[in-house]
Design a binder for this molecule. Sequence first.
Ligand code: F3S
Length: 407
Amino acid sequence: MYLTDEEKRILDGERGEGGRKAMELLVALGKTFDAEKLIPVTRTHVALSGQEGDTYWCELLVNGGATCKVPPSTNPSWDVENLTKLYEVTPEERELGVRTIDVYRRIGAKLTFNCAPGLGSNAPLFGEHVAFSESSATPYVNAVLGARSNRESSVSALAAAVIGKTPLYGFHLPQNRHGEFFVSVDAELNEPYDWGLLGYYVGRFAGSRIPVLSFRNLPRKPRPEEFLYFGAEAATSGAVAMYHFAGITPEAPTIEAAFGNKRIPEAELTVRSDDLAEQEATLSVANASGAINLVMLGCPQYSYDQLLETERLMEGRSVHSETAFWILTSVDTAELAARSGMRGRLEALGVRLAVDTCIDEPCWKSFEGGLGVTDSPKCAYYRERRGQPFVIRRLSECVNAAIRGKV
Ligand code: F3S
């Protein structure tokens, strides 16, 4: 792998032990994937997650004198100050939450705590080379915005942020961005939830391959949240970091173009509404019904329009007294909701907004053991690993479940 003199000097410690470690990781990654060289990145996003390993890596770099050359936006961890007033965590969990926020501040990250950066807080332009971690963010910036990112881990994205470079391989090379299998879709797709089910279904077959989807009878182009849900779920059931919607996404003006002007393969998969209904049934825990203790929305974090839609569906009704209703969102969306009065109106009904926070954090553990409802298969996947079974329903049904306190 070719290294410039400056890169060699960083590897020799010119920018301290932290810089050396970050460079070492990028070079190891590049050698593993036969990268010819490193290339500059103009943006980075780190899925900091608040988990011990990620925090340790950031501490290792910052204690070695590293700071970020390309300051990354960051995923949510959790709102330690406010959520500990409501819910129990152990002193160790609290301490890790505080340590995580502190160390990312010290390394010079932008503390956006937002897992949908492509929708606003850090949205690259077409053709930009970037290093994004967060499995729902990477397919969005690649497929929808036409930027170029590999499916980075929080560790490699932070190394790229410190050095300002990433190895040239994978999705940075145009020849690796073409479709690898063909999916024909003839299903009703009306809201983000439907697109999430489609993503989950396609991801199961895709693995890490690039799907090209061709749609019949699509009444309109997908909205940003719908793209986001598709990618988030395709990266949950599979490892999809790039996809094409023929005639819709920027690198797929035609089906031929999506496949790099090579022969279009036969459709490997045909998806109809029945398939998505079956997918929905298999995602929820079997035969789950009855009282619920939590409705959790916002994985990925909800946009302003999704909050508005939730308020519309509430129709002024209050959340059941035995059910908590939390929506995770970014701090800027919550601020706009507060300014417009929407946040106050939602709170008066019992719907609360959690900012800076992910569903996969210890602050939610007091709900474990009870039944939850969500519109996100990704949320259910992570929460069930922590001991809370979930039923997956579209937004209108989640709202009704919150009001009735049962599903
Ligand atoms: Fe966001 Fe956490 Fe879900 S980072 S996408 S809320 S798992």
